[in-house]
Design a binder for this molecule. Sequence first.
Ligand SMILES: NC(=O)c1ccc[n+]([C@@H]2O[C@H](COP(=O)([O-])OP(=O)(O)OC[C@H]3O[C@@H](n4cnc5c(N)ncnc54)[C@H](O)[C@@H]3O)[C@@H](O)[C@H]2O)c1
Length: 272
Amino acid sequence: MKALAGRTAVVTGAGSGLGRAMALAFAREGMQLALCDVDERGLAQTLALVNGKALSMRVDVSKADEVEAFGARVEEPWLVCNNAGVSPLGAVWENSVADWQWILNVNLWGVIHGVRTFTPRLIERNSGHIVNTASVAGLISPPGMGAYNVTKHAVVALSESLHQDLRERGSAVGVSVLCPAYVPTGISSSERNRPAELPAGAKSPATQAKEAMMRKAVSSGKLSADDVASAVVAAVKEDRFYILTHRRIKGAIQARMEDILQERPPRNPLAL
Ligand SMILES: NC(=O)c1ccc[n+]([C@@H]2O[C@H](COP(=O)([O-])OP(=O)(O)OC[C@H]3O[C@@H](n4cnc5c(N)ncnc54)[C@H](O)[C@@H]3O)[C@@H](O)[C@H]2O)c1
């Protein structure tokens, strides 16, 4: 079992949802906190919830220099949660170049910048743990959210590769990849964080319908952000790689694996 108390946890996207819940859960474990978000108001609210006991900084995770500047301010990072994410929807041919750039910049480059900034520092002390937030959309590919699926499959691949590279080098640094299904958070209103230079284009009726469906599915998610944060705490303590919080989704993951091995076209995971 890994001990958490007294160690420092870094959380990106800590101003809302899962990031905020993780910050609160780590504080309850007696950890010190280094929190960042692009949304200063949300971040200030999280800071108030931990009684001001955290290093907090406005950081856009899609910018390498901002993540590096944040890293330089964290004294002894031990647990690093690359969690910030956004979720524009739509069919893959309908997403604009701006949609693709925004989601890849935050969901994939944000994790890459976090891994590049913090991993060498954990390796140096041969101790620590990295948790990358992917999604079940990193293990299956539901329709109408292809750009999101692409980034989350990439985060799973990045995390598996990070784990393999650390094992090959004989490092004691651990890795987990967090793959939740629907959890009520602000994710379905992530347009609030879209940068002005990557504006949203016109949305087809099918995309608008998908957005309405997604808002309903997210808001009626059975597990809370706190439940997911508790699962993260348990996985870090146990040094467990895959964090699959929603057990019922395993059938869809199995179906995908079977379709691959049987060389069949993929079934719709939402229709299983
Ligand atoms: N809620 C779900 O159903 C669900 C399911 C699976 C995976 N996830 C993943 O969980 C992670 C957290 O999302 P959430 O559900 O808590 O949503 P959320 O919108 O409540 O929180 C996301 C946070 O990321 C921040 N953020 C957005 N762009 C940023 C940027 N460029 N730099 C720094 N911070 C930025 C936002 O300001 C926000 O505070 C995301 O990676 C999301 O894809 C969510």
